[in-house]
Design a protein around this ligand. Sequence first.
Ligand code: NAD
Length: 332
Amino acid sequence: MVASTVLVTGAGGFIGGQIVADLRQRGEPNLRAVDLKPIEEWYQCFDDVDNRQLDLRLRSPCMDVCEGVGVVYQMACDMGGMGFIESNKALCMLNVLINTHLLEAANVCGTESFFYASSACVYRADKQRGYDVTPLKEDDVYPAMPEDGYGWEKLFSERMCRHFMEDFGMRTRVARFHNVYGPHGTWDGGREKAPAAICRKVIEAKVRGDHRIEIWGDGNQGRSFTYIDDCIEGIRRLMESSVSDPINLGSSETVSINDLVDVVEEIAGIRLERTYKLDAPKGVDGRSSDNTMIIEKLGWAPSTSLRDGIEKTYAWIFDQYTAREKGLAHKV
Ligand code: NAD
Protein backbone atom coordinates (compact mmCIF):
# COMPACT_ATOMS: atom_id res chain seq x y z
CA MET A 1 0.00 0.00 0.00
CA VAL A 2 1.32 3.49 -0.85
CA ALA A 3 1.78 5.64 2.26
CA SER A 4 -0.49 8.62 1.73
CA THR A 5 -0.45 10.69 4.91
CA VAL A 6 1.42 13.99 4.92
CA LEU A 7 3.07 14.74 8.25
CA VAL A 8 3.87 18.29 9.41
CA THR A 9 5.94 18.47 12.58
CA GLY A 10 6.21 21.68 14.60
CA ALA A 11 2.71 22.35 13.27
CA GLY A 12 1.76 24.39 16.32
CA GLY A 13 4.49 26.89 15.47
CA PHE A 14 4.78 29.61 12.85
CA ILE A 15 5.98 28.00 9.60
CA GLY A 16 4.58 24.53 10.38
CA GLY A 17 1.13 26.04 10.98
CA GLN A 18 1.30 27.91 7.69
CA ILE A 19 2.33 24.72 5.86
CA VAL A 20 -0.68 22.85 7.27
CA ALA A 21 -2.98 25.75 6.28
CA ASP A 22 -1.53 25.77 2.76
CA LEU A 23 -1.68 21.98 2.23
CA ARG A 24 -5.25 21.95 3.51
CA GLN A 25 -6.23 24.76 1.17
CA ARG A 26 -4.69 22.86 -1.73
CA GLY A 27 -6.93 19.88 -0.90
CA GLU A 28 -4.42 17.52 0.77
CA PRO A 29 -6.80 14.93 2.25
CA ASN A 30 -4.68 13.11 4.85
CA LEU A 31 -2.83 15.56 7.05
CA ARG A 32 -1.18 14.81 10.37
CA ALA A 33 0.04 17.71 12.51
CA VAL A 34 2.32 17.28 15.53
CA ASP A 35 3.77 19.64 18.12
CA LEU A 36 5.09 19.59 21.66
CA LYS A 37 2.80 22.44 22.73
CA PRO A 38 -0.74 21.81 23.97
CA ILE A 39 -3.06 21.96 20.96
CA GLU A 40 -4.96 24.98 22.33
CA GLU A 41 -1.70 26.98 22.12
CA TRP A 42 -1.04 26.28 18.42
CA TYR A 43 -1.04 29.36 16.17
CA GLN A 44 -3.25 27.53 13.69
CA CYS A 45 -5.24 24.36 14.26
CA PHE A 46 -7.82 22.65 12.03
CA ASP A 47 -10.48 20.16 13.15
CA ASP A 48 -10.20 18.08 9.98
CA VAL A 49 -6.49 17.39 10.57
CA ASP A 50 -5.10 14.56 12.72
CA ASN A 51 -3.60 16.81 15.45
CA ARG A 52 -1.28 15.30 18.06
CA GLN A 53 0.68 16.68 21.00
CA LEU A 54 3.94 14.72 21.27
CA ASP A 55 7.61 15.17 22.16
CA LEU A 56 9.55 14.29 19.02
CA ARG A 57 12.90 14.23 20.84
CA LEU A 58 11.86 10.67 21.77
CA ARG A 59 12.12 7.81 19.31
CA SER A 60 8.82 6.09 20.08
CA PRO A 61 6.52 9.07 19.24
CA CYS A 62 8.54 9.56 16.03
CA MET A 63 7.82 5.96 15.06
CA ASP A 64 4.12 6.41 15.85
CA VAL A 65 3.65 9.61 13.84
CA CYS A 66 5.53 8.31 10.78
CA GLU A 67 3.26 5.29 10.36
CA GLY A 68 1.59 5.45 6.93
CA VAL A 69 3.38 8.69 6.09
CA GLY A 70 4.58 9.39 2.54
CA VAL A 71 5.82 12.95 3.01
CA VAL A 72 7.32 14.70 6.05
CA TYR A 73 7.69 18.46 6.55
CA GLN A 74 10.07 18.67 9.53
CA MET A 75 9.54 22.04 11.27
CA ALA A 76 9.77 20.95 14.93
CA CYS A 77 12.60 22.79 16.66
CA ASP A 78 13.37 24.39 20.00
CA MET A 79 14.41 27.81 18.74
CA GLY A 80 13.89 31.55 18.69
CA GLY A 81 15.55 34.80 17.70
CA MET A 82 19.11 35.81 18.60
CA GLY A 83 18.10 36.52 22.20
CA PHE A 84 17.14 32.85 22.57
CA ILE A 85 19.73 31.00 20.52
CA GLU A 86 22.75 32.89 21.90
CA SER A 87 21.85 31.91 25.47
CA ASN A 88 20.39 28.42 24.87
CA LYS A 89 23.06 26.64 22.84
CA ALA A 90 22.61 23.25 24.52
CA LEU A 91 18.84 23.30 23.96
CA CYS A 92 19.44 24.19 20.32
CA MET A 93 21.91 21.30 19.93
CA LEU A 94 19.36 18.92 21.47
CA ASN A 95 17.19 19.45 18.39
CA VAL A 96 19.44 16.80 16.91
CA LEU A 97 17.31 14.27 18.80
CA ILE A 98 14.21 15.36 16.86
CA ASN A 99 15.95 15.28 13.50
CA THR A 100 17.73 11.96 14.13
CA HIS A 101 14.68 10.11 15.41
CA LEU A 102 12.38 11.52 12.75
CA LEU A 103 14.70 10.68 9.88
CA GLU A 104 15.20 7.19 11.22
CA ALA A 105 11.48 6.65 11.81
CA ALA A 106 10.59 8.01 8.36
CA ASN A 107 13.13 5.65 6.81
CA VAL A 108 11.83 2.61 8.72
CA CYS A 109 8.23 3.53 7.78
CA GLY A 110 9.10 3.83 4.07
CA THR A 111 8.48 7.58 3.78
CA GLU A 112 9.33 8.81 0.28
CA SER A 113 10.06 12.53 0.80
CA PHE A 114 11.45 14.44 3.76
CA PHE A 115 11.69 18.24 3.92
CA TYR A 116 14.15 19.72 6.39
CA ALA A 117 14.09 23.36 7.50
CA SER A 118 17.69 24.52 7.74
CA SER A 119 18.86 28.07 8.31
CA ALA A 120 21.20 30.80 7.10
CA CYS A 121 22.86 30.28 10.52
CA VAL A 122 24.85 27.43 8.89
CA TYR A 123 26.96 29.90 6.92
CA ARG A 124 30.57 30.71 7.77
CA ALA A 125 30.87 33.48 10.33
CA ASP A 126 33.86 35.01 8.48
CA LYS A 127 31.66 35.60 5.41
CA GLN A 128 29.31 37.74 7.51
CA ARG A 129 31.72 40.25 9.04
CA GLY A 130 31.27 43.91 8.23
CA TYR A 131 28.18 45.90 7.32
CA ASP A 132 29.01 45.78 3.63
CA VAL A 133 26.93 42.66 2.97
CA THR A 134 27.95 40.17 0.31
CA PRO A 135 24.98 37.84 -0.23
CA LEU A 136 25.68 34.27 0.85
CA LYS A 137 25.96 31.55 -1.76
CA GLU A 138 25.18 27.92 -0.98
CA ASP A 139 28.94 27.15 -1.18
CA ASP A 140 29.75 29.60 1.62
CA VAL A 141 29.27 26.89 4.27
CA TYR A 142 32.55 24.97 4.26
CA PRO A 143 35.07 24.85 5.89
CA ALA A 144 32.43 24.87 8.63
CA MET A 145 32.19 27.89 10.92
CA PRO A 146 28.44 28.18 11.60
CA GLU A 147 26.55 29.99 14.37
CA ASP A 148 27.58 28.31 17.63
CA GLY A 149 24.96 25.87 18.97
CA TYR A 150 21.93 26.37 16.70
CA GLY A 151 23.93 26.60 13.45
CA TRP A 152 26.10 23.56 14.19
CA GLU A 153 23.03 21.42 14.80
CA LYS A 154 21.41 22.65 11.58
CA LEU A 155 24.54 21.83 9.61
CA PHE A 156 24.82 18.36 11.14
CA SER A 157 21.14 17.64 10.40
CA GLU A 158 21.54 18.89 6.83
CA ARG A 159 24.27 16.33 6.38
CA MET A 160 22.16 13.59 7.92
CA CYS A 161 19.52 14.33 5.29
CA ARG A 162 22.18 14.03 2.61
CA HIS A 163 23.39 10.67 3.91
CA PHE A 164 19.88 9.27 4.34
CA MET A 165 19.38 10.12 0.68
CA GLU A 166 22.71 8.61 -0.42
CA ASP A 167 22.61 5.50 1.76
CA PHE A 168 18.89 4.71 2.02
CA GLY A 169 17.42 6.39 -1.06
CA MET A 170 15.11 8.68 0.88
CA ARG A 171 14.21 11.78 -1.16
CA THR A 172 15.38 14.61 1.10
CA ARG A 173 15.00 18.33 0.39
CA VAL A 174 16.74 21.03 2.44
CA ALA A 175 16.06 24.78 2.40
CA ARG A 176 18.15 27.35 4.25
CA PHE A 177 15.61 29.89 5.48
CA HIS A 178 16.67 33.52 5.86
CA ASN A 179 14.71 35.29 8.64
CA VAL A 180 11.12 34.32 7.89
CA TYR A 181 8.42 36.64 9.23
CA GLY A 182 4.67 37.15 8.91
CA PRO A 183 1.36 36.68 10.72
CA HIS A 184 0.80 33.70 13.06
CA GLY A 185 4.32 33.72 14.46
CA THR A 186 5.99 34.45 17.80
CA TRP A 187 5.88 38.17 18.61
CA ASP A 188 6.52 38.30 22.36
CA GLY A 189 7.97 36.22 25.20
CA GLY A 190 11.70 36.11 24.34
CA ARG A 191 11.76 33.83 21.28
CA GLU A 192 10.54 36.42 18.75
CA LYS A 193 12.78 37.53 15.88
CA ALA A 194 13.64 41.07 14.82
CA PRO A 195 10.67 41.90 12.51
CA ALA A 196 8.06 40.77 15.06
CA ALA A 197 9.99 42.28 17.99
CA ILE A 198 10.24 45.66 16.28
CA CYS A 199 6.56 45.64 15.28
CA ARG A 200 5.63 44.89 18.92
CA LYS A 201 7.94 47.59 20.31
CA VAL A 202 6.53 50.21 17.93
CA ILE A 203 2.96 49.18 18.81
CA GLU A 204 3.78 49.35 22.54
CA ALA A 205 5.31 52.82 22.14
CA LYS A 206 2.29 54.02 20.18
CA VAL A 207 -0.34 52.57 22.53
CA ARG A 208 1.44 53.75 25.70
CA GLY A 209 2.36 57.16 24.32
CA ASP A 210 6.01 56.63 25.29
CA HIS A 211 7.69 57.45 21.99
CA ARG A 212 10.99 55.64 22.51
CA ILE A 213 12.38 52.37 21.15
CA GLU A 214 15.34 50.24 22.21
CA ILE A 215 17.24 48.57 19.36
CA TRP A 216 19.64 45.66 19.87
CA GLY A 217 23.11 46.45 18.53
CA ASP A 218 23.86 49.70 16.71
CA GLY A 219 21.10 49.15 14.12
CA ASN A 220 23.53 48.90 11.20
CA GLN A 221 23.46 45.08 11.00
CA GLY A 222 22.44 44.07 7.47
CA ARG A 223 19.73 41.45 6.96
CA SER A 224 17.22 40.13 4.48
CA PHE A 225 13.74 39.23 5.70
CA THR A 226 11.56 36.67 3.95
CA TYR A 227 7.79 36.95 3.96
CA ILE A 228 5.99 33.75 4.96
CA ASP A 229 4.04 33.40 1.68
CA ASP A 230 7.34 33.32 -0.24
CA CYS A 231 8.69 30.73 2.20
CA ILE A 232 5.66 28.46 1.70
CA GLU A 233 5.80 28.86 -2.09
CA GLY A 234 9.53 28.09 -2.11
CA ILE A 235 9.03 24.93 -0.02
CA ARG A 236 6.30 23.74 -2.41
CA ARG A 237 8.49 24.35 -5.47
CA LEU A 238 11.50 22.70 -3.87
CA MET A 239 9.49 19.61 -2.92
CA GLU A 240 8.31 19.26 -6.53
CA SER A 241 11.85 19.71 -7.88
CA SER A 242 14.85 17.45 -8.34
CA VAL A 243 17.10 19.76 -6.27
CA SER A 244 18.68 17.55 -3.63
CA ASP A 245 21.39 19.93 -2.38
CA PRO A 246 20.61 22.52 0.33
CA ILE A 247 19.34 25.74 -1.23
CA ASN A 248 18.83 29.31 -0.01
CA LEU A 249 15.22 30.27 0.58
CA GLY A 250 15.34 33.95 1.37
CA SER A 251 14.72 37.44 0.15
CA SER A 252 17.61 39.26 -1.50
CA GLU A 253 16.29 42.68 -0.40
CA THR A 254 19.02 43.70 2.05
CA VAL A 255 18.24 46.29 4.71
CA SER A 256 19.73 47.40 8.00
CA ILE A 257 17.84 47.02 11.28
CA ASN A 258 17.50 50.83 11.24
CA ASP A 259 15.84 50.56 7.79
CA LEU A 260 13.47 47.94 9.21
CA VAL A 261 12.53 50.29 12.05
CA ASP A 262 11.92 53.06 9.47
CA VAL A 263 9.48 50.81 7.61
CA VAL A 264 7.57 49.84 10.78
CA GLU A 265 7.43 53.47 11.96
CA GLU A 266 6.07 54.56 8.61
CA ILE A 267 3.33 51.91 8.72
CA ALA A 268 2.48 52.89 12.31
CA GLY A 269 2.50 56.61 11.39
CA ILE A 270 4.90 57.47 14.20
CA ARG A 271 8.54 58.50 14.74
CA LEU A 272 10.35 57.22 17.82
CA GLU A 273 13.48 58.25 19.68
CA ARG A 274 15.98 55.40 19.25
CA THR A 275 18.37 54.09 21.86
CA TYR A 276 20.88 51.37 21.05
CA LYS A 277 21.65 48.49 23.42
CA LEU A 278 25.15 47.66 22.24
CA ASP A 279 25.67 44.66 24.55
CA ALA A 280 22.44 42.89 23.48
CA PRO A 281 22.58 39.78 21.24
CA LYS A 282 22.71 41.13 17.69
CA GLY A 283 23.97 38.23 15.55
CA VAL A 284 26.37 38.62 12.66
CA ASP A 285 27.16 42.02 11.08
CA GLY A 286 25.63 41.32 7.72
CA ARG A 287 23.67 38.50 6.07
CA SER A 288 21.63 38.23 2.90
CA SER A 289 20.61 35.56 0.43
CA ASP A 290 22.30 35.09 -2.94
CA ASN A 291 19.44 33.79 -5.09
CA THR A 292 21.39 32.74 -8.17
CA MET A 293 20.86 29.05 -7.46
CA ILE A 294 17.14 29.20 -6.67
CA ILE A 295 16.46 31.24 -9.81
CA GLU A 296 18.50 28.82 -11.90
CA LYS A 297 17.06 25.62 -10.40
CA LEU A 298 13.46 26.61 -9.58
CA GLY A 299 12.96 29.52 -12.00
CA TRP A 300 11.65 31.54 -9.07
CA ALA A 301 12.76 33.56 -6.04
CA PRO A 302 11.02 35.33 -3.13
CA SER A 303 9.61 38.65 -4.32
CA THR A 304 7.40 40.13 -1.57
CA SER A 305 8.77 43.55 -0.64
CA LEU A 306 9.66 44.22 2.98
CA ARG A 307 7.11 47.07 3.01
CA ASP A 308 4.23 44.80 1.88
CA GLY A 309 5.16 41.94 4.18
CA ILE A 310 5.65 44.11 7.24
CA GLU A 311 2.33 45.86 6.65
CA LYS A 312 0.47 42.53 6.98
CA THR A 313 2.63 41.40 9.90
CA TYR A 314 2.19 44.69 11.78
CA ALA A 315 -1.62 44.50 11.38
CA TRP A 316 -1.71 40.94 12.76
CA ILE A 317 0.55 41.74 15.75
CA PHE A 318 -1.47 44.89 16.42
CA ASP A 319 -4.64 42.74 16.68
CA GLN A 320 -2.89 40.24 18.96
CA TYR A 321 -1.51 43.01 21.14
CA THR A 322 -4.83 44.82 21.54
CA ALA A 323 -6.65 41.54 22.22
CA ARG A 324 -4.16 40.79 24.98
CA GLU A 325 -4.51 44.27 26.45
CA LYS A 326 -8.27 43.72 26.59
CA GLY A 327 -7.73 40.38 28.34
CA LEU A 328 -9.06 38.42 25.37
CA ALA A 329 -7.62 35.10 24.26
CA HIS A 330 -4.30 35.46 22.53
CA LYS A 331 -1.37 33.34 21.54
CA VAL A 332 2.25 34.32 22.05
P1 NAD B 1 8.47 27.96 15.79
O1 NAD B 1 9.19 28.03 17.09
O2 NAD B 1 7.33 28.89 15.57
O3 NAD B 1 7.95 26.48 15.54
C1 NAD B 1 8.66 25.34 15.97
C2 NAD B 1 7.68 24.42 16.65
O4 NAD B 1 8.36 23.23 17.03
C3 NAD B 1 7.11 25.03 17.95
O5 NAD B 1 5.70 25.12 17.89
C4 NAD B 1 7.56 24.07 19.02
O6 NAD B 1 6.60 23.87 20.06
C5 NAD B 1 7.78 22.79 18.24
N1 NAD B 1 8.67 21.87 18.94
C6 NAD B 1 9.78 22.19 19.66
N2 NAD B 1 10.28 21.10 20.23
C7 NAD B 1 9.48 20.07 19.87
C8 NAD B 1 9.48 18.68 20.17
N3 NAD B 1 10.42 18.14 20.98
N4 NAD B 1 8.50 17.90 19.64
C9 NAD B 1 7.55 18.45 18.86
N5 NAD B 1 7.49 19.76 18.53
C10 NAD B 1 8.46 20.55 19.05
O7 NAD B 1 9.58 28.15 14.66
P2 NAD B 1 9.40 28.46 13.10
O8 NAD B 1 9.81 29.85 12.87
O9 NAD B 1 8.08 27.97 12.63
O10 NAD B 1 10.57 27.53 12.51
C11 NAD B 1 10.31 26.27 11.88
C12 NAD B 1 11.64 25.69 11.40
O11 NAD B 1 12.26 26.61 10.50
C13 NAD B 1 12.66 25.43 12.51
O12 NAD B 1 13.41 24.29 12.21
C14 NAD B 1 13.56 26.64 12.41
O13 NAD B 1 14.86 26.39 12.93
C15 NAD B 1 13.58 26.88 10.93
N6 NAD B 1 13.96 28.26 10.60
C16 NAD B 1 13.12 29.29 10.87
C17 NAD B 1 13.50 30.59 10.58
C18 NAD B 1 12.60 31.76 10.85
O14 NAD B 1 13.01 32.88 10.56
N7 NAD B 1 11.40 31.58 11.39
C19 NAD B 1 14.75 30.82 10.00
C20 NAD B 1 15.59 29.76 9.76
C21 NAD B 1 15.18 28.47 10.04
